[in-house]
Design a binder for this molecule. Structure first.
Ligand SMILES: *Cc1c(COP(=O)(O)O)cnc(C)c1O
Length: 462
């Protein structure tokens, strides 16, 4: 199995190299050269299997020679052992033909644990074999950083440094990053906002001496290993509702387009998915693009669903690549337009191809609040703001095909927003009970490249 870049000018890589590299050298994103398919019988055989067994069958063809069969089974088993629900990704029913896929039973209470826990295991195995170490640096507005720290803490071949904007993450999110006591975890409170953190991360990757010296690696949502891990729960949920003998649809709260792109891969693999619906908050660049065919950057307006406050949706490039018939030169041109003019226009053929695959909708702040309150009254479920956005758009797209809406975070991760919307005080689940009692360990640092690289070098040489 080979991986190619969406911009057509980077070397083809194996699964392992694509995962360890993250971003391709030509600025593109890695995708499989061909997407393996599963037969109807192979999908039918998944009925009743554990999440881990389904994960193995779905992901095995993508991994190629990078891991042995038994080894890969063990990595999957270890990745999900810390989840607080035996089903890993349980389904709940919201209405006669509307289901909620709960993706928040992992250690940091958001769906990012599904991918991050597995790539933590895969990084460790690959690096041990190579006798290499890497330094993972990430920037976060909250969920990615805590998921990465949980996944990489205590691993031998990895140091993990997470930059978050000081004073701008929720207390639960901050404590998830600052309370792990493992010495390879470094939480950095940067004096700036999230855009500053992301800009400093880019600076570090562009500082080639530093990058090579410390072995810098990235695990942001464009990493193919993360997308792949997310394909699994589309299969596990669809099969429990009767696939492949019955079609299903999905609605996905979307920011960086990683999660919904995983659904698109599931469909290409042969899962009978009818609709794939993009649900955005007021930062609705993806919805506007689907409506108008023009991808136009506007300012981000902070919302109560902060993990979807995005104006450059990185993984969308992968969908564009397919919509343009896998023409890397066409993608390079679009991205050039983007950096020169802050926008690009999608060709008629490509936008039609995208509209064949994806529907979309947008939810305002007021509607999000309304939905949290309404869902509680209609179903007894307390939804986080991101999941509520999904549920509302899911409701609007109901048909005779069962609709599965992805619940991307636990409401306890966003207690203030949930309380304001419906009056409920959501407590942390029992497995996170001690979060407010543990000591915090965090290093304040200036919003400055050399301050950051000096600090990282010092920590590594201790
Ligand atoms: C990251 C995140 C999203 C958006 O997922 P993408 O893969 O970026 O589209 C939605 N909800 C929550 C809670 C998240 O943490």
């Amino acid at each position: 199995m080979k991986y190619i870049s969406t911009r057509g000018q980077a070397p083809e890589l194996t699964f392992e190299d694509a995962m360890l590299t993250g971003l391709a050298r030509d600025g593109g994103l890695y995708v499989p050269e061909t997407v393996p398919t599963l037969t109807k019988d192979e999908i039918a055989e998944m009925a009743g299997l554990s999440y881990e067994d389904i994960a193995y069958r779905v992901m095995r063809p993508f991994v190629g020679e990078s891991f042995g069969d038994d080894e890969f089974r063990t990595l999957i088993k270890n990745a999900y052992a810390g989840f607080a629900h035996d089903a890993r990704a349980p389904l709940k029913q919201l209405a006669p033909n509307h289901f909620l896929l709960e993706l928040f039973h992992g250690p940091t209470l958001a769906f990012k644990d599904f991918a991050m826990q597995l790539i933590g295991q895969m990084f460790q195995a690959a690096l041990t074999k190579r006798g290499e170490r890497v330094v993972i640096v990430g920037a976060t507005s909250g969920d990615t950083g805590s998921a990465a720290i949980e996944a990489f803490k205590g691993l031998d071949n990895v140091d993990v440094f997470i930059m978050f904007p000081e004073g701008r993450v929720s207390e639960v999110q901050r404590r998830q990053m600052t309370t792990p006591s493992e010495s390879n975890v470094h939480a950095l409170a940067v004096k700036g906002d999230f855009d500053d953190c992301q800009a400093r991360l880019k600076d570090m990757f562009n500082d080639h001496d530093f990058r090579d010296e410390v072995g810098l690696a990235g695990v942001n949502s464009i990493n193919w290993g993360r997308v792949l891990a997310q394909v699994v729960y589309y299969f596990s949920s669809a099969v429990s509702l009767g696939a492949p003998h019955r079609e299903v649809s999905f609605t996905v709260p979307t920011g960086n387009f990683g999660d919904i792109f995983a659904g698109y891969i599931a469909k290409k693999m042969g899962l009978p998915i009818n609709d794939l619906v993009i649900a955005t908050n007021q930062n609705d660049i993806l919805h506007r693009t689907m409506e108008t065919g023009a991808y136009t950057k506007e300012g981000v307006t902070p919302s109560i669903s902060p993990s979807m406050d995005i104006q450059v949706s990185s993984n969308f490039e992968r969908a564009l690549f397919d919509a343009y018939g896998r023409d890397g030169a066409a993608i390079r041109q679009l991205m050039e337009d983007m950096s020169e003019k802050g926008s690009f226009t999608i060709s008629q053929g490509a936008i039609e191809a995208l509209r064949e695959q994806f529907k979309s909708g947008r939810v305002s702040e007021e509607e999000t609040n309304e939905t949290i309150k309404d869902m509680l009254a209609r179903t007894g479920e307390t939804l986080c703001p991101h999941s509520a956005i999904g549920a509302r758009i899911g409701d609007q797209n109901l048909s005779d095909v069962p609709m599965i809406t992805l619940a991307t975070a636990h409401p306890a991760k966003f207690p203030a927003a949930v309380k304001a919307a419906c009056g409920v005080d959501v407590g942390l689940p029992p497995h996170m009970g001690g979060l407010f009692d543990r000591d915090e360990r965090v290093t304040p640092v200036a919003n400055d490249l050399s301050a950051l690289t000096t600090l990282i070098r010092e920590r590594l040489n201790k």
